[in-house]
Design a protein around this ligand. Structure first.
Ligand code: HEM
Length: 413
């Protein structure tokens, strides 16, 4: 029996709903070589077991220097528009032992406790943003809510003064809008952000924030066996926290709210449990929303440092491997009824935050923001409803992240 041809990837239909294509790949070509829109050839890994194995395999390096296309690899930081070496030494671009050292240092400053102490501020930001449209009876939840919330939150956490935060919002907006598009504006925004952060670090080094200090002061102060972050490393770290923690969280809130709006029974159950003062369903629910329609699509580059076999497929040294988290998280071999949204799902070891040594450093912050955002929207605007035909909603076709461009809603003001 002949196998049908692979589905066309990276089309408009794919951006809108990639899951049928992922199901095909999982079944017929679980480790599949494809040409990305950038022209680069890479292996896509779509089964849960292979994905988890690949994420933990030390023969798969995060360092672009291992890519077999040197011209392409040169200067690749994973940050759109960023071609300079200064920001290269960030966690998502390096392997042990450098990764181990930097991750240990940043973990001393970016602790779960610091995130927990930040909860009232996230609630305040969330309420302030909702206040901005609550009386109007309609809103675009991406532009007015999901987009500004993470950028203000991370700026606050880093210690960017309030009066400068709108600049960050604009630079980040440029990056999110044109991530895969015109380079000029993005490169300028990255340059401005880099310059600003370098200056802020110099200022904080001269005059560290008082306890409880901001995260940049914490990064400067963090030491491990007498070792500190260099100024460049601290700047790269601040930048990667912004970069890794921004669009991901926008899409967690956007995709998550969209899924809830399309699953009224599940959503009503969550509203009832929130009204009863319970947190359990909110917590399992946000994990399930990440599994069901997670923000990270192909942002998991790795390069084979030696020939290896994955899912029965030979991969040559230097070839890029992309773990498709969204495909792995719908694998029926791992999840019962993977295409069903079940906010109460147990045994939900999804890969939305990755796995292994690069497991998302910001997961506690993402959870805090996701839970606060969704719970507050559903509580303050209980009859929130979609104000557009789902077929007309546009998804960003960036491939790295999966998220809506707009999410128009209506509610009783
Ligand atoms: C790493 C997802 C939010 C900071 C990762 C990885 C994933 C991920 C999949 C691993 C990538 C790989 O292995 O190649 C997400 C999702 C988020 C989110 C789905 C929101 C829903 C955040 C936030 C921050 C953050 C809020 C920080 C403020 C990082 C950092 C890394 C990382 C620094 C690199 C860790 C390392 O290489 O050791 N994230 N992330 N993320 N994330 Fe997140």
């Amino acid at each position: 029996m002949s196998t049908p041809a692979p589905p066309e990837l990276f089309t408009w239909e794919f951006a809108t709903d990639p899951y049928p294509a992922y199901a095909w790949l999982r079944e017929h070509a679980p480790v599949h070589r494809t040409k990305l829109p950038s022209g680069v050839e890479a292996w896509l890994v779509t089964r849960y077991g292979d994905a988890r194995q690949a994420l933990a395999d030390q023969r798969l390096s995060k360092d672009p220097a291992h890519h077999d296309e040197p011209a392409h690899a040169r200067g690749r930081t994973g940050i759109p528009g960023e071609r300079k070496a200064e920001l290269m030494t960030h966690l998502l671009n390096i392997d042990p032992p450098d990764h181990t050292r930097l991750r240990r240092l940043v973990s001393k400053a970016f602790t779960p406790r610091r995130v927990a102490e930040f909860a009232p501020r996230v609630q305040e930001l969330t309420d302030r943003l909702i206040d901005g449209f609550a009386a109007r009876g309609s809103a675009d939840l991406i532009h007015e809510f999901a987009f500004p919330l993470p950028i203000y939150a991370i700026c606050d956490l880093l210690g960017v003064p309030r009066e400068d935060q709108d600049d960050f919002r604009d630079w980040a907006g440029m990056m999110i809008r044109h991530g895969g598009g015109p380079r000029g504006g993005v490169a300028r925004s990255v340059k401005k952000m880099r310059g600003y952060l370098a200056e802020l670090i110099r200022r904080k080094r001269a005059e560290p924030g008082q306890e409880p200090a901001d995260l940049i002061s914490g990064l400067i102060r963090a030491s491990d066996h007498g070792e500190h972050l260099t100024e460049n490393e601290a700047a790269a770290m601040a930048f990667i926290l912004l970069f890794a923690g921004f669009e991901t969280t926008v899409n967690l809130i956007g995709n998550g709210m969209y899924a809830l709006l399309r699953h009224p029974v599940q959503r009503a159950r969550l509203q009832e449990s929130l009204a009863a003062g319970e947190r359990g369903l909110l917590e399992t629910g946000v994990e399930e929303l990440l599994r069901y329609d997670g923000p990270v699509e192909l942002a998991t580059w790795r390069y084979a440092t030696e020939p290896l076999t994955l899912g029965g497929q030979r991969i040559a040294a230097g070839e890029p491997v992309l773990v498709v988290l969204a495909a792995a998280d719908r694998d029926p071999e791992r999840f019962d009824g993977p295409d069903t949204l079940d906010l109460a799902r147990r045994d939900n070891q999804h890969l939305g935050y990755g796995h292994g040594i690069h497991y998302c450093l910001g997961a506690p912050l993402a959870r805090l923001e996701g839970q606060t955002a969704l719970a507050t929207l559903l509580t303050r605007l209980p009859d929130l409803r979609l104000a557009a035909d789902p077929a007309e909603l546009r998804w960003r076709g960036g491939l790295i992240m999966r998220g809506l461009r707009t999410l128009p809603v209506e509610f009783t003001a």
